[in-house]
Design a protein around this ligand. Sequence first.
Ligand code: SAH
Length: 350
Amino acid sequence: MKEIILKLENERFLSDGEFRRLIEDDSEETARFLTERADAVKRRVFSNKVYIRGLIEFSNYCKNNCLYCGIRRENQNAQRYRLNKEEILDCCAQGYSLGFRTFVLQGGEDSYFTDERMADIISSIKSEYPDCAVTLSLGERSRESYEIMFRAGADRYLLRHETADSGHYGRLHPPELSLENRKKCLYELKEIGYQVGCGFMVGSPYQNTDCIIEDLKFIRELKPHMVGIGPFIPHKDTPFRNMPQGGLELTLKLISILRLMDPNLLIPSTTALGTIDVAGREKGILAGANVVMPNLSPKTVRKKYTLYDNKICTGEEAAECIICLKRRLAGIGHEIAVGRGDHIGFGEDI
Ligand code: SAH
């Protein structure tokens, strides 16, 4: 197995059969060697620096009905909220003073936030904080909409592809959503000039090794700047309430595989990973991740933005979160990087 891992490090990709062996091998020795190589590759490019992105969950209204997601349209138990422009700007002000230079506006697909309203919010943030990057994570919109928001100043867009196997995609989503459209959005975003992030849940219902291999192939084809992966965690008010959650070990292994596929990739150690294991985010960083996305949403709405059960960090203020995070990173010999942390470019060496 060591040869396969070294081949991945040197050639940055594997055959289907090799990927299958690596993904399905659950020996400790393989896990240890994979982590070791991914950590070495990460340190060569990023040293012990971790980028922070401030997450502002500005609306949990959603017109979609994804089977896994706690803010799906049909969840009558979700208490819906949206932040107004002033509230969003307050989050940015607080975040800026805590050292954040990237703000991620994430929400459900909420038609209240028209292109005009988004453009106004984005340009207000950019004029107050010209040294900051604005990242959007608002789901699928038209090319024209993405263009308008880009012209208003948005720099980056996160849109997880969720799974690159269209049959599997169909089992996670209602019929009106398609993998084809999701991919189309990602390519359009890239063409427009956004730095783009895709990603998928690990251990989502009906996922198998073939699906994961498809995910890795799609990632190589898209060449995103960021790839976000985290374990699937069931939410009590969704059709997947009784499905098993995704595994810690498999998530860590896939973080390491992604790191070896692209030494320069931005890989967040996600909140979902920190939810299934108390030291999950630290383990993610040690497996090759280099980004964390602390929550800047007002404390009053945090519990309402519940995509899955038992989400962590819903009771703290942003300032408390950053203190906790710094302590956790120091505990594993890492520290927060200063500045926007723009991506270096797929496959480029520095
Ligand atoms: N509406 C936006 C933002 C979605 S929320 C969009 O469509 O992109 C961000 C991510 O949370 C999703 O892309 C999904 O991968 C993840 N997520 C949703 N429900 C989840 C669950 N039950 N467990 C783990 N991750 C989940």
